[in-house]
Design a protein around this ligand. Structure first.
Ligand code: COA
Length: 332
């Protein structure tokens, strides 16, 4: 049986900084406790990128260098680099442009994707579409964020959640019916008042008045966002399963965005799958926004088998949310 061209993940790699910010260290910074953080979120520690002038591109480039080395890919063969991030090094040039230069991908077009915590699955669907069109043969999709650059370390409700990291996958054409099978991506901009950074964009530039105000930092109405996240991530994962007549037993792994263990558990329960089929690293990395899903793919790569059904699911700022159904393409 011949299949149409699909886009398969043929390699995955990640990078997390060395510095570990533990719950115990956060106890000294804000009024919180290891017990509260662990029970309410599942997070024990997160990584923080230290070093002057080091931004998201540094972590993304490290992930891509590892990816190219491990897959034996010449950087000159890369056709496109898409970087999902909410923490670009600067407003422009975009982070993907910087990464292309840092890894020597001189023939690649490159651009950033801003869909907050859903950024990686938005970028994956975009990269896969280029491959399916037959126009590109090697596309690198990155999810990378230096959340420590936008977190308000005086706000105990949000600073405990986030960490820094980067993950990257290589997409290549496949004719065995493996790779990205389907994506359902959604958005609702009316969520803008619940999860945002107010200052620093064109509507509210940084001024002398707001330079030291909380407006510069990430803000979230956690309780309200939780309610949306928990229903919408589960809804879209269930919608994907119904669309492809899949039941829990057909799924090898759920690869969810790592925002809160309770949201992940609720999604898995709705899908009818047990905890052994859920990729989870939130306890070690916290929420790394664009990087959570590729970091999970990297962590679990050795467990995945060729032909495994994976459901990737995310919810984030915007609001944006969605699910990707893919068949894993290799044994490692
Ligand atoms: N340490 C101790 N207590 C804290 C705390 C902290 N770090 N942060 C908040 N609290 C307190 C609150 O002040 C509140 O106290 P009160 O009842 O006296 O007012 C209490 O704990 C409960 O706060 P609440 O906001 O209801 O907690 P929660 O159980 O909803 O957990 C989040 C908060 C942020 C962990 C949770 O709402 C969440 O995960 N939200 C969604 C995150 C998400 O998916 N984001 C989208 C992608 S970024």
């Amino acid at each position: 049986m011949t299949h149409k061209i699909t886009a398969a993940i043929t390699a995955v790699h990640g990078y997390v900084p060395d510095y570990i910010l533990t719950n115990q260290e956060l106890e000294k910074m804000v009024d919180t406790s290891d017990q509260w953080i662990t029970e309410r979120t599942g997070i024990k520690e997160r990584r923080i990128l230290k070093g002057e002038n080091k931004g998201t591109s540094f972590m993304a480039a490290e992930a891509v260098k590892g990816l190219l080395e491990k897959s034996g890919t010449n950087p000159l063969e890369i056709d496109a680099i898409i970087c999902a991030t909410v923490t670009p090094d600067m407003l422009f040039p975009c982070t993907a442009n910087l990464v292309a230069d840092m890894v020597g991908a001189k023939n690649a077009m490159s651009f950033d994707m801003l869909a907050a915590c859903s950024g990686f699955i938005y970028a994956l669907e975009t990269g896969a579409s280029y491959i399916q069109l037959g126009r590109y043969k090697k596309v690198v999709v990155i999810g990378a964020d230096k959340m420590s650059s936008i977190v308000n370390y005086k706000d105990r409700t949000s600073c405990i959640l986030f960490g820094d990291g980067a993950g990257a996958v290589l997409l290549e054409p496949n004719t065995e019916g493996l790779g990205v099978i389907d994506a359902i991506l959604k958005s609702d901009g009316s969520g803008k008042d619940l999860l945002y950074i107010k200052a620093g964009g064109s509507a509210c530039p940084i001024t002398e008045e707001n330079v030291n105000s909380p407006d510069r930092y990430f803000f979230q109405d956690g309780k309200a966002v939780f309610k949306y996240a928990v229903t919408r991530m589960a809804d879209v994962a269930e919608e994907m399963m119904k669309r492809h007549h899949l039941v829990g037993e057909d799924i090898a792994y759920l690869v969810p965005h790592q925002a809160n263990k309770r949201i992940i558990d609720a999604t898995a329960e709705r899908m009818g799958i047990g905890p052994e089929k859920v990729t989870m690293n939130i306890e070690r990395y916290g929420n790394t926004t664009g990087a959570t899903i590729p970091l999970c793919l990297w962590d679990y790569e050795k467990k995945f088998k060729k032909g495994d059904n994976l459901i990737l699911a995310a919810f984030g700022g915007g609001f944006t949310w969605g699910a990707v159904y893919l068949k894993w393409a290799y044994n490692s």
